[in-house]
Design a protein. Sequence first.
Length: 236
Amino acid sequence: MSHFLQRGRQQIEEALASRGLLHTLSLARARLHAGVSRQISAHAHGRCLDAGSGRSPYKQLLTAVGSELISIDVENRSGNVDVIADLQHMSEIDDESIDTVLCSQVLEHVPRPWDAMGEIARVLRPGGVVILSVPHLSVIHEAPHDYYRYTGYGLDALCRRADLEILEITPTGGLLCFLGHGASALLMSTLGTLPLLRWPVWLLNHLCLVLLLGVLDELVGMATLYPCDHVLVARK
């Protein structure tokens, strides 16, 4: 059963990604995407590094605000990764050569996140910024490479160790946001994989488990106690 759901999840994510709609899978994805996009628009500039780029959901936005974009990951999931490398040892990227580092939903999959943060600090120019997102509430995913969940205090400790100054840490979504993600993933990974039902199911999911649930999560989700994810901005 789990293999069937995993295959369905991969299929629906590829379908959504092909239309630039990957962030509409669930309320958690939508809130995270909005939070990261807001910080990219506010802070990203110059030579940008998408560290752990995955399917490159922020490529268009980074390209619009920066002068150059380099993507780096341990695998070429998007088909357009510039550098295949480990974030814990990015020897291919020169010291103080990057103005903006984006690292979204990556540090939970890194066994030594302090090394990755050290590398991010190394490649940043003085005054450069890192825009980082991490989960606080999440199911096990991409096992066995799923190592950590983060509080704001943990992020503060990582940044202090790397001599990075935190400008902002913001929770994205609360408890209902987290619970709704599982419901959306199940719905889209089953009924959403049927060709004739895919977009009607997507619309139902978007109306009920994204828009409506989003209103409820704002009211009773208690994001300060049960943050789904965190988005951080820090400066070297």
